[in-house]
Write a protein that binds this ligand. Structure first.
Ligand SMILES: [Zn+2]
Length: 188
């Protein structure tokens, strides 16, 4: 399957409006913007660029000695920028979380879900490392779109994919901290 660069860029812009997904695999970098076909995408790029310019971790804010007021202002600016991107990519008002600016569309839910399943398929799952961010990601949707989450167990789906991926190879996965394979000598 071949995806066009333009198609991938659209995905990247969607991703920026989505609640943080599973960590990207090492070495997987986002593609650089291309110069052509800019006109109809200009509002998206502008909104995405603003998010990238504003982005700053909590750790960086602490290191710079930000006051609580500065942190709150920054959070508001980030939410505004995400809302602008959501509008630019065509979200309805109902599919934008007003407090955070993250997209709550079904597409964004599927993006988040699939990113976790892809991660678990490749790397397995460690409760120690991944349970907290997974719980946090699901909590975002449980609060805003519980109907999407109903009966949809991301971890179970990811582990099914992980086992199916490694079973034909006849050995446990390469990750020492994978809960699925840590206690087994062979393959389940
Ligand atoms: Zn494993």
């Amino acid at each position: 399957m071949q995806r066009t660069l333009a198609g991938r860029q659209t995905d990247v812009l969607f991703d920026l409006s989505d609640y943080p997904q599973a960590p990207a695999r090492p070495g997987e970098a986002a593609p650089l913007p291309e110069q052509q076909q800019q006109d109809d995408r200009k509002p998206r790029y502008e909104a995405a660029s603003r998010i990238k310019r504003l982005a700053m971790s909590h750790h960086e804010q602490q290191a710079m000695g930000w006051t609580p007021e500065q942190v709150a202002d920054h959070r508001t600016s980030m939410a505004d920028a995400r809302i602008a991107l959501c509008i630019a990519i065509g979200n309805t008002v109902n599919d934008i979380d007003p407090a955070s600016g993250y997209s709550t569309s079904r597409t964004s839910y599927d993006n988040a879900r699939n990113s976790w399943i892809r991660l678990i398929k490749s790397h397995g799952f460690s409760a120690m490392y991944e349970q907290a961010p997974l719980t946090q990601a699901r909590a975002f949707w449980a609060e805003r779109r519980p109907q999407y989450l109903a009966g949809d167990d991301w971890l179970a789906a990811g582990l099914v994919a992980h086992r199916a991926y490694w079973l034909p190879l006849g050995r446990p996965c390469n990750r020492p901290t994978c809960d699925e394979h840590a206690t087994t000598e062979g393959v389940r």
